[in-house]
Design a protein around this ligand. Structure first.
Ligand SMILES: [Zn+2]
Length: 189
């Protein structure tokens, strides 16, 4: 699986032989598509996604190119799960968050349980590392938050800002974060 920030660019790179295998670094070739999935958006609409598949010309392994706005094995977009994490960091409980997002209580509870402990620390580290790489001046602006999750979200927000400054990019914040987290906004089920 490869998380791609810009799907059109990734397709162009794939056709041009510019994408390489994460295992053996040989060139990836286009190889059909994965099955289509419906992903729920923040506004309640669902968006159909059919991720591209690629096959390695070296080790023959196949890779699915997953757009960074959706998360592997999750039926909701990164922006939806991200909104739940922001609400949790503000002190809201899972029942309130579920109601506000129009999602089942059990689903939101599962998300929040997959966003604590080591996972939150890992997210914070990704945010700090990307900020450092892209615009380390922004690290000085990181103010300690009341919770570890708040710290992680602040670091990721700084990384998005740093990315936008560096590349003049316009991708949605949670799409950029999805790419920074390589699709692991939540701990794997
Ligand atoms: Zn390979």
């Amino acid at each position: 699986m490869i998380i791609v920030l810009d799907v059109e660019q990734a397709e162009a790179d794939l056709l041009a032989g510019a994408l390489t295998c994460p295992h053996c670094s040989a060139v990836l070739r286009p190889w059909s598509s994965a099955s289509a999935r419906r992903i729920r958006q923040h506004d309640g609409a669902s968006r159909l996604v059919r991720p591209r598949r690629a096959r390695c010309s070296g080790c023959q392994a196949t890779q699915v190119l997953v757009p960074a706005w959706c998360l592997p094995r999750r039926a909701d977009a990164a922006e939806v799960i991200g909104a739940a994490l922001v609400a949790k960091a503000r002190g809201q409980g899972y029942r309130t968050i579920a109601r506000d997002l129009g999602r089942p209580v059990s689903t939101v509870r599962r998300w929040l349980r997959a966003a604590r402990g080591d996972q939150v620390e890992w997210l914070r580290c990704q945010g700090v590392r990307r900020t450092f790489e892209l615009d380390q001046d922004l690290l000085a602006g990181l103010v300690p938050q009341a919770t570890a999750l708040g710290d992680a979200l602040c670091a990721l927000a700084a990384a998005v800002l740093a990315w936008r400054r560096r590349f003049a990019g316009h991708a949605e914040a949670w799409t950029v974060i999805g790419a920074f987290a390589a699709g692991r906004l939540l701990a794997p089920p």
